[in-house]
Design a protein around this ligand. Structure first.
Ligand code: GRF
Length: 197
C-alpha cells in the first residue's frame, strides 16, 4: 500500500493541486487541513474527493489548544508524511517530532527564510533565488534540505512575477521530493539528505 499523506495549507493550494495531479507519488493525499476557512485549497481537495477540514486558531482558547486540535486533526488520518504546501504557521515541537514533515519554501535557503522570502530577495538585489524543499525541524525554514532549484531574477521583476516563476518550479520539485519519500528513497543523517538509488 502507498504512503498516507496529510497536506497542510493556508491559501490558494496550487502546490496541493500539483500533488493531487501528479499521478505517481507512491502515496495518496487522504486529508487536507487548513488554518483558514477561506483557503481555496480546501475546495481543490474536496473537488477531488479528499477530506478537507479547517482548524482555525480563533476557534481555540490559546496556542496550546490550537496545537492540540491540529495534532488531533492530522493524527486522525494516520499519515506517514505531512506536507506543508503554503502553510503559514509555525508548528509545535510536539508536531514536528511526531511525523516526518516536508515544506516548500520560495527561496534558496538558508537565504531569505520567513513569510516575505520573495520580496526580501528582490529588496536584497540578488540575481538568483529559487525554491527549496526541506524537512521541517523545530526552527523556522531550517531543517535538512532535500532539493533546491535556482530561478534567475529579471531586472523588471515584481514580487508577484518572481513568485509566479518560483511557483512553477515548486509545482515540479515538491511532488518529486514527496515521491522520493513515498518510495523510501530519502535517507537523512544530520543535515545531510541523500537519495538512494
Ligand atoms: C508557495 O510559494 C510556498 O513556497 C509558500 O507559499 C506558497 C503557497 O502557494 N510557502 P500555494 O498555496 O501552494 O499556491
Amino acid at each position: 500500500m502507498g504512503k498516507q499523506l496529510v497536506v497542510l495549507i493556508s491559501g490558494t493550494g496550487s502546490n496541493l493541486q500539483a500533488l493531487l495531479d501528479h499521478g505517481a507519488l507512491g502515496g495518496e493525499v487522504n486529508r487536507v487541513v487548513s488554518d483558514r476557512p477561506d483557503a481555496a485549497g480546501l475546495e481543490r481537495a474536496r473537488a477531488r474527493g479528499v477530506d478537507a477540514v479547517c482548524v482555525a486558531p480563533g476557534a481555540h482558547d490559546d496556542r496550546r489548544g490550537w496545537d492540540a486540535a491540529l495534532c488531533d486533526a492530522v493524527a486522525a488520518a494516520a499519515p506517514d508524511l505531512v506536507v506543508l504546501a503554503g502553510f503559514m504557521r509555525i508548528l509545535s515541537p510536539a508536531f514536528v517530532n511526531r511525523w516526518p514533515v516536508l515544506n516548500v519554501h520560495p527561496s534558496l535557503l538558508p537565504a531569505f527564510p520567513g513569510a516575505r522570502a520573495v520580496a526580501d530577495a528582490l529588496d536584497w538585489g540578488v540575481k538568483l533565488t529559487g525554491a527549496t524543499v526541506h524537512f521541517v525541524d523545530e526552527e523556522v525554514d531550517h531543517g535538512p534540505i532535500v532539493a533546491q532549484e535556482a530561478v534567475p531574477v529579471r531586472p523588471d521583476d515584481t514580487p508577484a512575477s518572481l513568485h509566479r516563476r518560483i511557483q512553477a518550479v515548486e509545482h515540479r520539485l515538491l511532488p518529486e521530493c514527496v515521491a522520493l519519500f513515498c518510495h523510501d528513497r530519502l535517507a537523512v543523517r544530520g543535515r545531510q539528505v541523500s537519495v538512494r538509488a
